[in-house]
Design a protein around this ligand. Sequence first.
Ligand code: FES
Length: 110
Amino acid sequence: MESGYVRAAGKSEIVLGKMKKVTLDGKEVLIVNVNGYYYAVGSECTHFGGDLSEGVLEGNVVTCPNHKAKFDVTSGKVVSPPAEALSRPDIEDLPTYLVKIDNQDIMVKV
Ligand code: FES
């Protein structure tokens, strides 16, 4: 295994269409299973810090529970900002992390 990867979870912990927040090296990371592929993005909404692990996942898009911003978990890109212009209408993309599977473990490079 290439260096820099740490174990985030077991594959069986995050079944198809589910997500889980883990803390890796002090960073809160959201691990998501989309169609059997695993992705890792920052779990904190870049608008006002909503916990995306408490949001709704539909396909590859997670919706923030606070003001409904949407992010593509496969790329971290903002799909839809909040409807209202708050103090930061230009929500930034989420950080993304490389993922590898090692046997039954999901490994993430942080
Ligand atoms: S905190 Fe996520 S949309 Fe506002």
